[in-house]
Design a binder for this molecule. Structure first.
Ligand SMILES: [Zn+2]
Length: 199
């Protein structure tokens, strides 16, 4: 049966509030299967990823999330499972190195929308992934935008919006995120003027 026919049949039941709302919101234009499968798997079973995802988080095109295979990548899997309210939009890919952690409410957005007239709903597919290095720490509510690379051992302060590449060992905060310091490459503590590395 065609999508149009299914929609026509469903629309006869638009006296049911949930169906009316779904029709008005265009959910059935996605395809009825998509609607049902999304609702069931994502809201009930959370099987939209091949790794455990916190039940309040959501991953889009999760097969394009590449996690470094290493025993120390457990922190990455644990962040996916325990950091809620996160949103991972991996249309252009998201790569995450071992030892990296992130807090609640992070958003990693690998694709923008098209600015071309009439194409706002289309995504900008360029296949340049977001790359988050090894042993990175993203504070609560950090947003990482398309094509950005975050270097190894970088720290991004809570609520920051990362719009440009961040080098290794950098500490960056704000919107847009700016580098406010670096970590010592030997002991990993903040390498400010008073730092004398004894390690
Ligand atoms: Zn040091």
């Amino acid at each position: 049966m065609s999508r149009k026919k299914i929609k026509k049949i469903i629309s006869k039941f638009s006296f049911i509030p949930l169906i009316k709302k779904s029709l008005l919101r265009g959910y059935f234009d996605l395809g009825f299967e998509t609607y049902i499968v999304n609702s069931f798997f994502q809201k009930i079973l959370r099987f939209n990823t091949n790794f455990l995802l916190h039940f309040t988080s959501r991953a889009i095109i999760s097969k394009k999330i590449i996690i470094e295979e290493h025993s120390e990548s457990i922190t990455v899997y644990r962040s996916f499972a325990t950091s809620g309210s996160c949103y991972y939009q991996a249309m252009n890919g998201i790569e995450i190195g071992k030892g990296t952690i992130w807090a609640y409410g992070c958003k990693i957005l690998s694709a923008n929308h098209s600015l071309e007239k009439g194409k706002l709903e289309e995504h900008d597919i360029h296949n340049i992934p977001i790359k988050i290095g090894q042993y990175v720490w993203l504070g609560a509510g950090v947003i990482v935008l398309s094509k950005v690379k975050i270097g190894n051992y970088a720290v991004i302060g809570a609520g920051s919006v990362v719009t440009k590449d961040i080098p290794d060992y950098a500490i960056a905060v704000g919107n847009p995120a700016k580098i406010v310091g670096y970590r010592c490459e030997r002991c990993l503590l903040r390498n400010d003027s008073s730092h004398s590395c004894l390690n």
